[in-house]
Structure formats: structure tokens, C-alpha cells
Design a protein around this ligand. Structure first.
Ligand SMILES: [Zn+2]
Ligand SMILES: [Zn+2]
Length: 145
């Protein structure tokens, strides 16, 4: 992503742009692996010696509250963040806990009207659980050995 665009996107959400925030935002937008705050921190800390994990957490929280990213937590461990805010489904690997985007699966879940009248539904997510390609490969080779 071009830096100038990122600056504009953050400014449009009234987020004060700092080099650190910009790096966190671009890091999240540039990757597809639904990173945790720790993963982002580890990848950019060398570029920003004064960066703290708290700053990364706070920035991600700000991005979530301004709808620039979504929090995905299908593993019920630490929060993972997703730069893709379009409605899409995830496949979670039961073995390595990788979260993979399933863009081709157009799954729509319709609840009875009564439910929509009763509750204020703000988000919908569909998660599939299974075994990723790499883990299937690992299992196949470990069976042979
Ligand atoms: Zn896996
Ligand atoms: Zn995703």
C-alpha cells in the first residue's frame, strides 16, 4: 500500500498519524495471516526501538473502533486482527491454529425475522474448523515415517 493513501485513510478517521501507527496499520493491511498484536510488534520493533507492545495494542484497538480492521478471535486465546473488513469466512486449522480467509465461499446465514427484531445484530461471522494444507502434508509424512 502507498504510504500517502494510508495517511489519508487514518486522517479520515481522525486518527493522529505517527510513524509508529502508520507502520502498524500498513503491517496489518499488508498481511493475510490475521496477526496478533505480538506478531505485529515483533515484526516492526526493530524499525522502532521505542515502540512498546501497549502502543501496538492501543493502535489496533483504535483501528477496530474506527472500523478499519476487525478483531477475530475464533481460538479463544489472544485476539487476532484482520485488515479485511469485507464480510468473509475463516477456516481455522485445529492443529496449527492458522486463520485462513475463505473468499470463495459465499455463505450467508439468515436468521428468523423475530431474531432481528429482538436483537441488535452488528456483525456476522462464519468460521470453519479443519486442517490446513500444510498440516495435512505434515500428517501424511509423519504417517509414512
Ligand atoms: Zn495447520
Ligand atoms: Zn479474514
Amino acid at each position: 500500500m502507498v504510504k500517502k493513501e494510508s495517511v489519508e485513510i487514518l486522517k479520515a478517521k481522525n486518527i493522529q498519524v505517527t510513524p509508529q501507527r502508520l507502520a502498524i496499520f500498513e503491517q496489518l493491511m499488508g498481511r493475510k495471516d490475521h496477526p496478533s498484536a505480538e506478531m505485529i510488534f515483533n515484526d516492526i520493533k526493530n524499525d522502532f526501538p521505542s515502540l512498546t507492545l501497549v502502543t501496538v495494542y492501543n493502535t489496533l484497538q483504535k483501528l477496530v473502533s474506527t472500523d478499519l480492521c476487525i478483531k477475530v478471535n475464533p481460538l479463544h486465546t489472544s485476539a487476532r486482527y484482520d485488515g479485511n473488513t469485507e464480510v468473509h469466512q475463516h477456516l481455522v486449522c485445529n492443529h496449527c491454529q492458522k486463520i485462513i480467509d475463505m473468499h470463495d465461499a459465499s455463505v450467508s446465514v439468515e436468521l428468523p425475522d423475530l431474531i432481528y427484531e429482538k436483537y441488535k445484530i452488528v456483525e456476522q461471522s462464519v468460521t470453519f474448523y479443519g486442517t490446513c494444507v500444510e498440516c495435512q502434508e505434515t500428517m501424511r509424512t509423519s504417517t509414512i515415517n
